[in-house]
Design a binder for this molecule. Structure first.
Ligand SMILES: [Zn+2]
Length: 507
């Protein structure tokens, strides 16, 4: 289904009424992070809570997490990585475990030259075998039952073959992207292992929090961008993250800045300096905005990698590292006759939205986790909505190209289709598997439907109340997983969204 661009008469009327009655969302009501001219004036009224960056609630406390200790050597000559991995797995399932399911995602790419050759798996004893359950999901039968609350050490040695593809897992022209190369445990839920093989749509990942210490060896002269913070000896440490990625290149250059105490790094190659500079400015703005709106970003570093290798998508998210691959790098805009002024501005806005979207995922997917395979709307919807929050706070340069649509208008239009025309019920909650089997080319609706729901919710209870509740939503689900039921019940405790949720199939 194509996006509908023409507002229905009824919706147009609603918008006019809203404009007249002030129930819309003018920028100055919604720019929690913007440098507004009034920001230095003495405050006469107390600001809403989330105009100040506050710490995200620690729902975990001292609960032990599984931890990875990894030594990995990248060998560009053979396009492979040798991995020695020690996983200290903590049984937090509440019951005794006889087996563990593991995800080996590189195996999905076997037909393109990728894969994982496992040399040995040991659990304090002789080598064990992994057996394939389904697709990229494997089973390790434990030599002894693992009691609730106990932990075991699983040592694995393996070689990862890296395919020559434009992907978050792949290599090209001196850049290696090692997304999802580690062997990671599945999530235990509702009394069983989540058995969800990787598929090539969206972000087919569902993982628990863990701590990582990964020592990365690359050839002399190469540099690395990775999840976490380097300790100076090639070891990257990251705590409370859902995944670990590194990118390596023989020609990375770096921009570095600090905002709100967070070290921001942009990795780029020579031909991308203009794009890198814009990426840095947008990233700093987004961190400032989202620290206030969602709670303080909890990691010391945020890295943005302009790899240009994200395989047909403009960006992808990992904990404390995002990849950005703009379709049109800003450098191209300087070519005579390439683009009008409006088109140039629109391409800049497209880049901004990608950067902002992937940074918003640090909170939604990263801190507030969700099953990205079964319920991708839970993080994609709110990240698309975060683009709207950013555009409200940092309006794009004018003029914009004629083909640029107003995100707010699009979301409102989608809401009309859902509420008045029935589109959306049964669509919002589709899994990646459902989308692949039905209309994968319309998968983008997950983003738009999720965001249109949030916009409609904001209009229902007003921007101030919505923003305040959104900040509390992060605290409610931080460091765990939100489900559609959890989302529904939380928001229905804030306001009466029953009828709206029913329209969207959230019953
Ligand atoms: Zn996304």
């Amino acid at each position: 289904m194509n996006m509908k661009r023409v507002l229905s008469a009824a919706l147009a009327l609603i918008l006019i009424i809203c404009a007249l009655s002030g129930c819309g969302t003018p920028a100055d009501e919604n720019n929690a992070g913007a440098d507004s001219p009034q920001s230095d004036a003495p405050m006469e009224v107390q600001e809403p809570e989330n105009t100040v960056a506050s710490d995200i609630r620690d729902n975990l406390g001292d609960a032990p997490l599984s931890s990875f200790t990894v030594d990995v050597t990248l060998d560009p000559a053979s396009h492979s990585a040798s991995v020695s991995q020690t996983l200290n797995y903590v049984n937090s399932t509440g019951g005794t475990l006889d087996n563990i399911y593991l995800n080996i995602i590189p195996e999905y790419f076997a037909s393109q030259g990728g894969g994982t050759d496992v040399a040995s798996v040991t659990v304090e004893g002789p080598s064990l075998e992994l057996s394939q359950v389904k697709g990229t999901v494997y089973e390790l039968v434990l030599p002894n039952p693992l009691a609730s609350g106990g932990s075991i050490t699983i040592d694995m040695d393996y070689t990862v073959r890296i395919p020559n593809i434009e992907n978050r897992f792949g290599w090209q022209e001196g850049i290696y992207n090692l997304g999802n190369f580690l062997i990671t445990p599945s999530v235990w839920e509702n009394g069983q292992w989540a058995c969800q093989p990787y598929v090539d749509l969206g972000d087919a990942f569902y993982t628990d929090l863990a701590d990582y210490a990964v020592t990365i060896h690359v050839p002399d002269g190469w540099s690395v961008a990775a999840t976490g913070t380097a300790d100076g000896s090639g070891t990257y440490r990251a705590e409370r993250v859902r995944d670990f990625i590194f990118c390596a290149s023989d020609s990375f250059k770096t921009l570095e800045a600090e905002t709100d105490g967070i070290r921001v790094l942009v990795y780029y190659r020579d031909d991308m300096l203009v794009t890198a500079a814009r990426t840095m400015e947008t990233a700093k703005n987004a961190l400032t905005l989202f620290n206030k709106a969602f709670g303080k970003y909890p990691y010391p570093t945020l890295s943005l990698v302009l790899s240009g290798l994200t395989g047909g998508v403009s960006g992808t998210e990992y904990p404390s590292l995002v990849m950005v691959g703009p379709e049109i790098p800003l450098e191209a805009l300087d070519q005579p006759g390439f683009a009008t002024e409006g088109e140039q501005n629109s391409y800049r806005t497209e880049l901004d939205r990608t950067v902002v979207h992937e940074i918003a995922h640090q909170w939604f997917f990263g801190i507030v986790g969700n099953d990205q395979i079964r319920y991708p709307w839970l993080d994609e919807g709110i990240c698309r909505f975060s683009e709207l929050m950013y555009l409200d706070a940092y309006p794009p340069e004018e003029p914009q190209a004629e083909w640029t649509y107003s995100l707010e208008e699009l979301l409102a239009d989608y809401n009309t289709m859902v509420v008045e025309e029935g589109y959306g019920a049964g669509t919002l909650n589709r899994s990646l598997y459902d989308w692949i089997e039905s209309v994968p080319e319309d998968y983008g609706d997950v983003y738009t439907l999720g965001a249109s729901l949030l916009l409609a919710m904001r209009e229902l209870i007003g921007t101030d109340d919505f923003n305040s509740a959104l900040r509390q939503y992060v605290d409610e689900f931080a460091w765990g997983f939100v489900t559609p039921e959890g989302f529904r019940d939380y928001w229905n405790s804030v306001g009466d969204f029953t009828s709206l949720f029913e329209s969207y199939g959230l019953k």
